[in-house]
Write a protein that binds this ligand. Structure first.
Ligand code: MN
Length: 284
């Protein structure tokens, strides 16, 4: 099932090129009162949400082209991200000392993971707003994993059972010497979408082709089979340090071909089995 959020916080099921509005199902979620939960309550109940969507049917339908897509996860507690996690991207970073600060060009096993601010997250219906267009700012297409239930010290063998679904992530990045958490956490620099594909539809997330073009020029074309630390390994690694909660997102790292984006450009992005979207680059 493909779950989306759209317009003013509506919940939808994507069917072909239409969206069926199932916002009423959100009434099965507890009414939030302060203090708010530090996980995503909708993702925590995703199986029930999907079952209700099938049971109730109906609902107004809209053409996908007529709605504004929001991030499929509204309230992730954390955006976990893998640094250099494809060998060919590591090689291109090693080769370009002017762009890739030496302090950041190391293997993922040495660097570990980093966090992006949740406030940097947008859906694909809004433009990326470059806040420092004078600095080189790059696109990074990544398979993004959404965690479905509490996960601490998972084994790689069990790891995929904690996944609610998959979406496409853009980890927009200012190049330079500062901490990743600063350079990658600007408003709009974490794009998620176009929707969440439930884990049962994906099965094994390896072997998925990723494609990103800028104004029609192919920049990144790669395959998730070439991840250095694959999805089960990332979940096992991350959960050996902190508990992953429902709605937490893991950006799995970008392949080779990263490059600069400029205000006025448009990106077309897709991952096999998940979906495709276009997004504009603007200026803040
Ligand atoms: Mn990245």
């Amino acid at each position: 099932m493909k779950i989306c959020r759209f317009n003013e916080g509506r919940l939808g099921i994507v069917e072909g090129d239409t969206v069926r509005d199932v916002t009423d199902i959100l009434d099965i979620l507890p009414t939030a009162r302060y203090p708010l939960p530090v996980f995503d309550p909708m993702i925590a109940r995703l199986a029930d949400i999907c079952a209700e969507a099938e049971r109730r049917g109906g609902g107004a339908t809209h053409a996908l082209a007529d709605v504004t897509l929001l991030s499929p996860v509204a309230n992730p507690g954390k955006l976990v991200a893998a640094p250099v996690n494809y060998q060919a991207h590591l090689d291109e970073a090693i080769a370009d000392e002017a762009t890739f600060s030496r302090a950041h060009v190391r293997k993922i096993q040495e660097t570990g993971l980093f966090l992006k601010a949740t406030s940097s997250m947008i859906g694909v219906g809004s433009p990326i707003q470059l806040a420092h267009p004078d600095r080189r700012t790059d696109h990074e297409i990544e398979l993004a994993v959404v965690i479905g239930r509490d996960c601490y010290r998972a084994s790689a063998a069990d790891a995929l059972s904690y996944v609610a679904g998959y979406t496409i992530g853009l980890d927009i990045t200012i190049r330079g010497p500062e901490e990743r958490s600063l350079r990658k956490s600007l408003d709009t620099y974490s794009v998620l979408g176009p929707w969440l594909v439930t884990a049962d539809e994906i099965g094994d997330p390896s072997g998925r082709e990723l494609l990103l073009t800028v104004d029609g020029e192919v920049r990144q074309r790669a395959n998730t089979r070439d991840l250095i630390m694959d999805v089960p390994a990332l979940i096992a690694f991350a959960s050996s340090y902190y508990t992953l909660r429902p709605g937490d997102v893991i950006f799995t790292g970008t392949p080779e071909g990263v490059g600069p984006i400029l205000p006025g450009q448009r990106m077309d992005v897709s991952i096999d089995g998940i979906g495709a979207f276009s997004i504009d680059v603007g200026q803040k």
